[in-house]
Design a protein around this ligand. Structure first.
Ligand code: XMP
Length: 319
């Protein structure tokens, strides 16, 4: 009989058998999969696990602090936080092409992760939150069956030059099982049921060149949008929702003055597999309230639009 408790016990026994008294490192992104992997491995081997959390400056509002609070403070997991915002932003300066942006962000992540793990000279294992659908997808990619429309980058995909053995305790599990064991392990509900967030983060939600000023504006708008989706009960009915920063200025009026500021687009989709998706019919009254809040509360935005494109032909992300 299958229960989250059984899966956990089984996984813990396996992890202990596999790694013995070796040290393990794990790249923590704050997403569901790496978070559950971290919690599970920590339950199995405690202090033998060290997590590396790279803050690339492209995370959502307060995300880095939340990851540290959950893992380091509440659970006692060893987490090295690398503040790499400047490195990422300077590498991205002047780059507008979406694929180049992805490659830069993915490549820099690997470099930084390697630098940190080289400092942990006695680590023998690299843990990853690979889940069953990832295994299938990458098998497809090798036989050329998967359509690599955008080069997806995850915490995975590290080079073989790292002389570490792979530890992938979620490899046989589906997303709903991963969530169930995450809750059983005591991770916060909001972390376990969170919408997916792409590896390149806000880097692909700021169209064209990424600037800190844009990221700061986008973080505030996105936080208001998501807060309102929770408050109105829509969040759990939506598969993925986020705000997108458009580096386009348009004219507005505020009081008796004229404004000339940027645009934010709101995206919300329903999907089973993220291969096709429909836009979510958010009620007009909720749209109106969210739009008013963003325009009133976020300096630099004077116009909000709602994305009514399905996938295909549009993708879920804008880049
Ligand atoms: P698209 O935009 O291709 O997105 O319709 C499908 C799903 O994949 C996510 N996504 C990514 N996830 N690295 C990731 O880890 C990436 O580079 C990436 N690009 C898109 C997207 O958020 C959506 O859930």
């Amino acid at each position: 009989q299958w229960t989250p408790g059984h899966i956990i016990d089984d996984a813990i026994a396996r992890i202990r058998r596999q790694v013995g008294s070796d040290r393990v490192i794990l790249g923590l992104s704050g997403g569901v999969d790496s978070s559950v992997a971290a919690a599970l491995i920590h339950r199995a081997i405690g202090e033998q696990l060290t997590c590396v959390f790279v803050d690339n400056g492209l995370l959502r509002l307060n995300e880095g602090d939340q990851v540290m609070a959950t893992f380091a403070r509440n659970m006692g997991v060893k987490v090295i936080r690398v503040d790499a915002e400047e490195r990422f932003l300077s590498a991205l300066a002047g780059v507008a092409d979406p694929e180049r942006k992805r490659k830069i962000i993915g490549g820099l992540f690997v470099d930084i992760f390697e630098e940190e793990s080289n400092k942990l000279t006695d680590a023998k294992w690299l843990a990853q939150g690979t889940i069953y659908p990832d295994v299938i997808e990458s098998a497809g990619a090798k036989t050329g069956k998967a359509h690599n429309i955008k080069s997806h980058h995850n915490v995975g995909g590290l080079p073989d030059t790292m002389k570490l053995q792979l530890l992938e305790p979620l490899r046989e599990l589906f997303k709903d099982e991963v969530r169930a064991i995450g809750e059983e392990l005591g991770l916060p509900h909001a972390m376990v049921w969170r919408h997916p967030f792409p590896g390149p983060g806000l880097g692909v939600r700021i169209l064209g060149e990424v600037k800190k000023e844009y990221a700061d504006v986008l973080r505030l708008a996105d936080a208001i949008y998501i807060e309102e989706l929770y408050r109105t009960g829509h969040y759990d009915k939506i598969s993925q929702a986020f705000a997108v920063f458009l580096p386009v200025k348009s004219v507005g009026v505020m009081g008796d003055g004229r404004t000339y500021e940027y645009v934010v687009a709101l995206r919300a989709v329903e999907t089973k597999d993220f291969m096709t998706a429909g836009w979510y019919p958010l009620p007009y009254a909720d749209m109106a309230h969210i739009s008013n809040r963003i325009i009133n509360e976020v300096k630099g935005i004077n116009r909000v639009v709602y994305d009514i494109s399905s996938k295909p032909p549009a993708t879920i992300e804008w880049e």
